[in-house]
Ligand binder design. Structure first.
Ligand code: GDP
Length: 295
């Protein structure tokens, strides 16, 4: 569906053979191609525009200092600049306290419950943690059952209380249970709605206040493009979360939302979900996402 940007750049620079130098005039077409590629990948228009301006400046500046051919130079600058905009390096999650508490937030269907299971699995197997999962979605009994199924698959206990409709009380009781049973980590899945609403935000703010998490992760479906960016902003304004989880990156998306979210909320993307299975979780690497956006 998308043309490979490297090929586009090659083509843009065909005319340059023999010259070997980037100029404002011969770079114009290529910059347009870069911008189109970003828009195709669902990067926000304003961000794509300022991005190409930066790339132009860098390209004109670096030109003489390198042995790379202009097309190679452009690909490198675009790639490095994308990775830089997405944070440059991977940022780890903060697991502090005993038990450490991680709060998972996001809209319904974003992949919160699946991610909660994946994260518990990852921290159990890779970091020798002893997690307790908490079913905090008081509105959807199916979500509670779903978490129990996942917990069984990965061998992690799940705290739930179908008779209790107060998510703050549930989270507090779960932490008490974690202490009593020697869990060093509590992962609290929360209720999401189909769209951002005041009641949901108030509820999750109250949960945050009551349990003082060392890490709040906002989960968002990468297939939702620009909506993902708006949702991220609303959640961040209310919760001041610590990191973003981009799910469903195994689908037909180029992941431009990653770039836009990072630019708009200025919080690192920490994980990407790449499937429905419990193992389908990767830590986020800006350079790899840059490759993906470029195609
Ligand atoms: P929640 O409502 O936010 O808790 O979302 P769920 O965890 O129930 O996920 C909604 C749907 O998306 C489920 O069918 C999941 O299996 C699916 N899902 C979650 N994460 C991923 C992912 O990374 N890739 C794919 N392909 N599907 C996912």
């Amino acid at each position: 569906m998308f043309e490979n940007l490297n090929e586009r750049l090659e083509r843009s620079f065909q005319l340059l053979k023999g010259h070997g130098k980037i100029t404002e005039i011969n770079i114009a077409e290529t910059l347009k191609d870069v911008r189109r590629a970003l828009l195709d990948a669902d990067v926000n228009f304003k961000i794509a525009k300022s991005f190409t301006a930066t790339v132009k400046e860098k390209a004109l500046g670096q030109n003489v200092l390198t042995s790379l051919k202009p097309n190679q130079l452009m690909v490198k600058i675009v790639h490095d600049e994308l990775a830089e905009l997405m944070g440059g390096e991977h940022v780890d999650i903060n697991i502090k306290g005993n038990p450490a508490v991680i709060l998972i937030a996001g809209l319904q269907g974003s992949g919160k419950t699946t991610f909660s299971g994946k994260l518990a699995n990852l921290l159990k197997t890779k970091r020798s943690k002893n997690p307790l999962l908490v079913a905090g979605d008081v509105y959807r009994p199916a979500a509670i059952d779903q978490l129990h199924v996942l917990g069984e698959q990965i061998g992690v206990p799940v705290y739930s209380d179908k008779d209790n409709k107060n998510p703050v009380k549930i989270a507090e009781a779960a932490i008490k249970e974690a202490k009593a049973k020697g869990h060093d980590l509590v992962i609290v899945d929360t209720a999401g709605r189909l769209a951002v609403d005041e009641e949901m935000m108030k509820e999750i703010e109250a949960v945050k206040k009551a349990i003082n998490p060392s890490e709040i992760l906002f989960v968002v479906d990468s297939m939702t493009g620009q909506d993902a960016v708006n949702t991220a902003k609303e959640f961040n304004d209310r919760l001041d979360f610590d990191g973003v989880v981009l799910t469903k990156l195994d689908g037909d998306t180029r992941g431009g939302a990653a770039l836009s979210i990072r630019s708009v909320v200025d919080k690192p993307i920490k994980f990407v979900g790449t499937g429905e299975k419990m193992e389908a979780l990767d830590v986020f690497h800006p350079a790899r996402m840059a490759d993906r956006i470029l195609g």
